[in-house]
Design a protein around this ligand. Sequence first.
Ligand SMILES: [Zn+2]
Length: 99
Amino acid sequence: MTPKQKLQKDRAWFKFVLTGLPKPIKLESLSEIEQLFWKEILSARNALLNMHDKCSIELGLNIPEHRCWCGKPAKVQVDYYGTGELQWVCNKHININND
Ligand SMILES: [Zn+2]
């Protein structure tokens, strides 16, 4: 494995860990200060995810082509599920009502 491949693999793992971070939690089980910190963690996580591709390019890596859930090349990111989390989708699936 070349150093570049190792970097790509390590960054993919980092992104995978970040993506899985916000498991459903019961906010009401956290104190006020814990909820505040949790919101900051999620905000920082989203910022890291949004800059991941740009930073990969800056580090000299090729970024994989984004795919829609249907398998077609994705063109845009939208809040597909209305959760505040952006998903890559193809032109057909920009709207959740298209099947
Ligand atoms: Zn699609």
